[in-house]
Design a binder for this molecule. Structure first.
Ligand code: BGC
Length: 856
């Protein structure tokens, strides 16, 4: 028996993360011959040897400890590493002890001794801040608490510290500023050390926000703060802080921002040796509120993969274009000897048109990297920007050698957890594209797209992709960071929810309250209930649900207040919404589909109220459960009364999405499910067997078809290769999911440039259906965390096999189905240790299975 993946707040050995509420400990058990955990024991200590006098907490052998989430509440000290381990007893007299895990606090509420510094005005480029320290005795422990505004990279003696990029990441800087903690014990040997930090503009002050953008959104000067606590072997301590003894000089990054890219002048790179005689300027103090500094929430941004170019394209007009074969988010790293004063430019794009480089759909984002050589060979990459691209046009290098170039895929480093393979290669590609959609848009916050002048945390996109994203990857820490931002912004607007989080408070610039601008629309705002509940379903973390509950409740109360203000119809039948965004069910150029927008908002009002009620039930808030349960049933009554006539027909313009929502949220007159399903099928066949749904209808379309008995129609929609449909994109060479069903026309021409990204994850939500219905990993049951899984695969003879694997917090499940001779289907199922699954087969048989491999 092996105990693995010991996580603290869903992160492995986190250092310097915020501990807002109780800490959640979790782990997984592998290679056990026991089926069940009969008991477990958790110990927490101040020292890794767990010697008696260092033990802070010991549950003792306890039968009730749950591996999914153990809430730990102690009085956390600042600057302290806590060690923990678990012992698990199996039912077969098996026992195992885990390795030692840890988490470490940062400053907690200790005051900052360091001061914020900035550059003098005379410095034109992004600044490099610098300080030399002399270490005279052996060091026992070195920790640096660091933040840079907008973005920073920290160096010690010419080496970058840590493997994170784009720190401190993207958050609502007006409300909190996350600092990082670096363990630098190893680096600080006896001798002289040069600490340097290069600071760029990033989200904090670089051009950002669609429609031209704004500069200086959160501040108009770069700033840096560094506080390092050194402990010598002899017990003495010293603190190194940013203050007026630091200096600065022009860094090689001449300028940068998220949309336009970076200009890097390598002639300005100074080695430690050159720095000794360089002209350094004293830094200036800058007044930034220390209270805003907060321990971090965001998982690290890492390079998670490097791709080699698959070909060098020389276009008709002589452009040299690297093709990486995959749309991704990140940058290109290359090695080159560039003559002094010589320019190299890289331009990034998602697609080619007429055999040439094309990037008009990036709108105003220049997405460039410009490099000026210094006559030496260097490994070159940008620092304070990122690009969404597949193709890179290179200017300034005559002899391009593919082997010198690598595309670095950057994302918030979270684990992949869901894997599906089928007998259909195109469907496999579609699944891969949906994953890449997530990989390339989970960069500190969930972005709508990573390439054009937008890249913002649109809430509606998260609402519709939440479940898929949790199947694909272990998201709780990533989303906790997003929800932290969302909560802080929600509190400024009386429970409403911005269209995007963080919300750049653009209107501050125009002197008006930025929150007066139409926030809080259906589906987008409903991320407030959908995301916390989806997280609970996937990860079973009750503590996290409790932390997020006020977001859910305030949102529902906000919509309820609007309802009361507008006549108390128990409907959300007013206000402007984005409707079924980008649906194809009408002829007008408006992106808002044909489905009545108040039908959609009312349906979501019901859905959110019901999710709140379910959350209240899990948390034992019985009064809330009653109140919101009653409200939900009143909304349902009002909804059915308003939107269905006595014959059970819709009273609004019938659309696929209208029927999909009715079925998914169970908002139809009693006993009318099959009628509604019938109507939905009719809509699909009237549309030549094609979907025409947008952001709202698409995620649930195949789910409801399979659930209510039209599984074959769901498979047909999936396998449809013509426009509109998922495989249409695959046939046109997509490597991610497009924003629009017709982002490209059948001849490969782009359909427009206004709002047309080839990398939007919303329609990748078909993967949710693939997990839940194809493989059968359902979200049924209100327990959360998959320790009691209901597996309900719905095979279809259009595939000869499907295999799915899901690494849940409760362990790894696998489901495979395979058509054998004479139409028999063989099922193989793997259930993890300490879990049960009830498997329901389409022919009505069901099995209750425990840990192990099973074949049916
Ligand atoms: C974004 C979307 C977003 C929408 C809503 C677009 O520009 O890219 O994904 O949800 O606007 O208005």
């Amino acid at each position: 028996m092996n105990i693995v993946k010991l996580r603290t707040n869903h992160l492995i050995n986190p250092i310097g993360y915020a501990l807002d509420a109780s800490i959640n400990l979790s782990w997984q058990v592998e290679d056990a011959y026991s089926k069940w955990q009969s008991a477990a024991r958790i110990m927490v200590a101040m020292e890794p040897d767990f010697r008696k006098d260092s033990i802070l907490f010991d549950t003792g052998k306890d039968e009730h400890i749950n591996q999914l989430s153990y809430p730990l509440q102690l009085n956390w000290l600042p600057y302290t590493r806590y060690y923990w381990k678990v012992t698990v007893w199996g039912d077969e007299e098996e026992v195992a002890e885990s390795e030692i895990a840890y988490f470490e606090t940062a400053k907690r509420s200790e005051p900052w001794l360091a001061s914020w510094i900035t550059k003098p005005e005379s410095l034109e480029n992004h600044p490099m801040f610098i300080k030399t320290v002399h270490i005279t005795k052996p060091i026992r422990r070195a920790r640096a608490y660091v933040c840079g505004l907008g973005l920073y990279e920290l160096y010690l003696n010419d080496e970058k510290i840590g493997n994170e990029f784009l720190m401190p990441g993207y958050h609502a800087y007006d409300l909190f500023m996350q600092y990082q903690t670096y363990d630098m014990t190893e680096q600080f040997t006896i001798g002289e050390h040069i600490i340097q930090a290069m600071v760029g503009d990033g989200w904090y002050k670089g051009r950002f926000v669609f429609e031209g953008g704004y500069e200086n959104l959160y501040g108009d000067q770069q700033a840096f703060i560094y506080e390092m606590h050194l402990e010598y072997e002899d017990g003495s301590t010293v603190i190194v802080c940013t203050d007026n003894t630091w200096n600065c000089y022009n860094s090689p990054v001449v300028k940068s921002n998220i949309y336009d890219g970076e200009e890097f002048d390598s002639r300005l790179v100074l080695s430690s040796q050159e720095l000794k005689s360089a002209d350094l300027l004293p830094v200036c103090p800058i007044d930034i509120d220390y209270q805003k500094l907060s321990e971090r929430y965001n998982p690290p941004i890492h390079i998670v993969e490097k791709l080699e170019p698959v070909q060098l394209i020389i276009s008709e007009i002589g452009e040299k274009i690297l093709d990486f074969g995959q749309i991704l988010t990140g940058w290109v790293e290359f090695e080159a000897e560039v003559p002094s004063d010589h320019f190299i430019t890289l331009e990034h794009s998602e697609l080619m048109q007429d055999g040439c480089f094309y990037n008009d759909n990036l709108r105003t984002a220049k997405a460039q990297f410009m490099y000026i050589g210094d006559g030496t060979t260097k490994r070159i990459r940008p620092h304070f920007t990122f690009y969404g691209f597949r193709y890179v046009k290179v200017t300034g290098i005559d002899d391009i050698q593919l082997k010198h170039f690598k595309a670095c895929v950057i994302m918030s480093d979270i684990e992949e957890t869901g894997f599906i393979e089928t007998s259909n290669a195109k469907v496999n590609k579609l699944f891969s594209n949906a994953k890449w959609g997530q990989k390339s848009n989970f960069l500190d916050i969930p972005t709508d797209c990573p390439q054009r002048d937008e890249r913002m945390g649109w809430t509606g996109d998260v609402s519709v992709f939440a479940s898929t994203s949790c199947f694909n990857m272990r998201t709780p820490a990533f989303y906790h960071h997003y929800l932290k931002n969302l909560r802080l912004e929600q509190q400024l607007i009386q429970g409403s929810i911005p269209f995007f989080v963080p919300k750049p408070k653009v209107a501050y610039h125009e002197g008006i309250n930025p929150f007066l601008i139409s926030d809080g629309a259906a589906t987008w705002g409903d991320v407030a209930t959908i995301l916390p509940w989806t997280l609970f379903q996937h990860y079973g973390d009750v503590g996290a649900l409790r932390v997020h509950y006020p977001i859910m409740k305030d949102w529902v109360n906000h919509v309820r207040a609007l309802d009361i203000e507008n006549g108390d119809h128990k409907l959300w039948d007013h206000g402007r919404h984005l409707g079924d965004w980008l649906a194809l069910d009408h002829d007008s150029p408006s992106p808002i589909g044909a489905t009545d927008m108040h039908y959609i908002s009312s349906a979501y009002y019901y859905h959110s109220t019901l999710l709140l009620c379910k959350a209240a039930n899990v948390l034992g808030y019985s009064e809330d459960e009653r109140i919101y349960g009653e409200l939900a049933s009143l909304i349902k009554d009002a909804f059915v009364k308003k939107y269905f006539d006595e014959q059970g027909q819709l009273t609004i313009l019938p659309t696929q999405t209208a029927y999909v929502l009715a079925l998914h949220f169970k908002l139809f007159p009693e006993d009318k499910a099959q009628d509604v399903l019938h109507k939905l099928k009719e809509q699909i066949s009237d549309n030549n067997g094609h979907l025409n749904t947008g952001f709202v209808g698409t995620p649930y379309l195949c789910l409801v078809l399979s659930e209510y008995g039209a599984n074959d129609v769901a498979y047909k929609l999936l396998l449809n290769e013509e426009y509109p449909g998922w495989l249409y994109e695959v046939n046109l060479g997509a490597t991610t999911i497009w924003e629009r069903w017709n982002s490209l026309l059948p001849d490969g021409k782009i359909s427009g440039t206004e709002m047309n990204s080839l990398n939007h994850y919303a329609y990748g939500s078909i993967a949710d259906w693939m997990y839940q219905k194809m493989c059968g990993f359902t979200l049924e049951g209100d327990k959360g965390g998959f320790q009691e899984m209901i597996i309900r695969p719905l095979p279809d003879p259009s595939f000869s096999y499907v295999t799915g694997r899901l690494d849940t917090v409760a362990g790894t499940y696998q489901v495979e189905w395979r058509y054998m001779e004479q139409g028999h289907i063989q099922y193989s199922v793997v259930i993890p240790f300490n879990a049960t699954a009830t498997v329901f087969l389409p022919d009505g048989r069901s099995y209750r299975l425990t840990s192990g491999k099973h074949r049916i």
